[in-house]
Every structure is written in structure tokens, then in C-alpha cells.
Ligand binder design. Structure first.
Ligand code: KG4
Length: 338
């Protein structure tokens, strides 16, 4: 029996989770409301909030799992990529905790963890894990990548954004509409009431499987500017249609390249991960593509879409089996590739 504590603190969520033999026993996530007033994550405030949250969050995760800390075999933590100050809190906590318990520490790449979230079992009977090779669309506030996953360890980025991430496009366009941060879930909600064909927005023309979202952001900004010049209430009166059109365009851009990659690489098993995978329109598009192209699809439960420690513990579990431990003198990295 292998029991792993996972710790995630790469951005603005402090999370701790317990995974036992691949089955999630607890997954506690403390968000940080402090950033809402600024319309984006303020790194210094994020680190301070992590410091306040980390001990109660770990305590809760152990309590909810119904285990004693002495039953832990290892602590897995996010080493990067992410905000350095935030990562330092999780890394330092992990170092202290493993030293006290005299157990190994396991570093985890946050991006790989998002991909490996598909292997988390909700219970012992859960057998719906992907088989290799599969493609994973990783879409979050900081990343938009198409990853070819050959094994738990062997992952290759075949396409990625050359500028903004899909989540950033949601959040920044929401911001210019005067919507609260993070804008993705708000746009998702408004889009359900709007017409996705109401407004035409520009789509990038980038070769290969790479993405670009900066042109879309500019085209959205110009659309608002032009209409606002005629009608000062344009945004308020068209929130739903604007959201639906923006969301449909982002999904179209994402699915277009993903299906191209799947076709060229002859892969029929496709997954989605990261914060934007919570988007209801994207989930629906996955189901439609699955039907059309005979894909086997993997869509994570909501709790494992945004940043969470269950995926970190899961990644740590695989590394534990391979005895891949981390020395106590390591430092976190703000930038690491998959
Ligand atoms: O993976 P994640 O929690 O962490 C970061 O990368 O920071 O992703 C957060 C991103 C944000 O941009 C947020 O707006 C987006 O995921 N997001 C959504 C939805 N829920 C979260 N975007 C669209 N629709 C949603 N329902």
C-alpha cells in the first residue's frame, strides 16, 4: 500500500491531497479571493496567502482522508512551472514535513501533473484511465498545449501557443467587458444564454499545431470599441451574445488544431486537462468530435480540472513506484517544460 501526500502551490490555489494506490482519499483546495480586486493574480499576495493556508489545508487533507501522517510513504510537491514565491511555500513545507517524518520527497512538474490527472481513480472500481499513446489538450490560464503522451513519463509537446493562453483570452476579454476575475467561468455562464454566431471574431492563421490568441483578443477589443462609439450600453446589452461568440471562437481554434494533430498522428484517444477544461462548451465540443471522428475521450471531473493537489499526488505515486526521489537541497523553478 502506497500513500502519498500531494502539495500544490504554483499559482493562486493552495491544495493538499492524499492518494492511496492511485485512489484519491482527499483533495482540499483553498482558493485566494484576495486577487479579485486586482483583476488578476498578484504574486506577492499569492505567496502570503499560501503561507497562511498551507498548514490548515494539509491538516484537512490528512483528516478527510482518515489517515495518520505516519502512514504517509512520501510527499509529492509541485516544483514548477509557476510563480516562484508561491512554489517556494509548497517546496519549503514539503522539505520540513519529509524531514520531520523521515520519508522521501518527490518533485512534480505541474504540466505533467495536469496530464496525469486522468489517472486519478475516484474509487477502486474506477477503470476509465487513458491508454498510451494519447493526445492531451492542456488548456489553462498559463498554457495551451497539445501533448503527445507516450507513457507516464514520456510526453512531447507537439503544439503550443506562441503568445497568450486560452484561459488568458477568456480572462482578458472578460476584463474588457467589465466582468469579474477569473472571467472564464463567467463567460461560460453567460454564453449559455447567447448566440455564438452573433459576432464574427478573427481566427489565427498559424502553421502546424501551434496556437495564437493575441489576435482574437485585439479583435474583441476593437469590436467593443467600434460598437461602444455608437452605443455606450453596447456591452451591457450584448453580454450573452459577446460571451457566446468569444467562447465559440476559442473552442473552434482549440479543436481545429487538436483534430488536425489527432488525424496526422493517427491517434484516436484524446483527453483534455487544465482550468479551461471546465468550460461546458469545450466539453460539449469534445463529445461532438468523439462522435464524428470516433475518438475515445477523457474529460476530468471538475475537481481535477483547475489546479489541485490530487494530480500532484498521482504523479508522485508513479514516481514513487520508480523510486524517483528528490534531494532536500533542490530549489523550485518558475519555468520548466513538460
Ligand atoms: O489550470 P488553472 O486553474 O490555473 C492556471 O493556469 O492559472 O486555470 C485557470 C484558468 C483561468 O484562465 C480561468 O478563467 C479558466 O481556467 N477557467 C475557465 C473555466 N473555468 C476556469 N475558462 C473557461 N470556462 C470555464 N468554465
Amino acid at each position: 500500500m502506497v500513500t502519498i501526500l500531494g502539495i500544490e502551490s504554483s499559482c493562486d490555489d493552495t491544495s493538499a491531497a492524499i492518494i492511496r494506490d492511485g485512489v484519491v482519499l482527499s483533495n482540499v483546495i483553498a482558493g485566494q479571493k484576495v486577487h479579485e480586486a486586482y483583476g488578476g493574480v498578484v504574486p506577492e499576495l499569492a505567496s502570503r496567502a499560501h503561507q497562511q493556508n498551507i498548514i490548515p489545508v494539509v491538516d484537512q487533507a490528512i483528516l478527510q482522508a482518515g489517515i495518520k501522517k505516519e502512514e504517509l510513504n512520501a510527499v509529492a510537491f509541485t516544483r514548477g512551472p509557476g510563480l516562484l514565491g508561491s512554489l517556494l511555500v509548497g517546496t519549503s513545507f514539503a522539505k520540513g514535513f519529509v524531514s520531520a517524518l523521515n520519508i522521501p520527497m518527490i518533485e512534480v512538474n505541474h504540466l505533467q501533473a495536469h496530464v496525469l490527472s486522468h489517472f486519478i481513480k475516484q474509487d477502486e472500481k474506477d477503470i476509465n484511465q487513458p491508454s498510451f499513446p494519447f493526445l492531451c489538450l492542456l488548456v489553462s490560464g498559463g498554457n495551451s498545449q497539445i501533448i503527445l503522451v507516450r507513457s507516464h513519463k514520456d510526453m512531447e509537446v507537439v503544439g503550443q501557443t506562441i503568445d497568450d493562453a486560452a484561459g488568458e483570452a477568456f480572462d482578458k476579454c472578460a476584463k474588457v467587458m467589465g466582468l469579474p476575475y477569473p472571467g472564464g467561468p463567467v463567460i461560460d455562464r453567460l454564453a449559455k444564454m447567447g448566440n455564438p454566431k452573433a459576432f464574427q471574431l478573427s481566427k489565427p492563421n498559424i502553421p502546424g499545431y501551434d496556437y495564437s490568441f493575441s489576435g482574437l483578443k485585439t479583435s474583441f477589443l476593437y469590436l467593443l470599441r467600434d460598437h461602444l462609439a455608437q452605443d455606450p450600453d453596447f456591452v451591457e446589452n450584448n453580454q450573452a451574445d459577446l460571451s457566446a461568440s468569444l467562447q465559440a471562437t476559442i473552442i473552434d481554434i482549440l479543436m481545429n488544431k487538436l483534430s488536425k494533430a489527432a488525424k496526422d498522428l493517427k491517434i484516436k484517444e484524446v483527453a483534455v486537462a487544465g482550468g479551461v477544461s471546465a468550460n461546458s462548451g469545450l466539453r460539449k465540443a469534445f463529445e461532438e468530435y468523439a462522435e464524428k471522428y470516433k475518438w475515445k475521450i477523457h474529460i476530468p471531473p471538475f475537481a481535477f480540472t483547475t489546479d489541485n493537489a490530487a494530480m500532484v499526488a498521482m504523479s508522485g505515486y508513479f514516481k514513487y513506484l520508480d523510486k524517483e526521489f528528490t534531494a532536500l537541497d533542490i530549489a523550485p523553478f518558475s519555468r520548466i517544460n513538460i
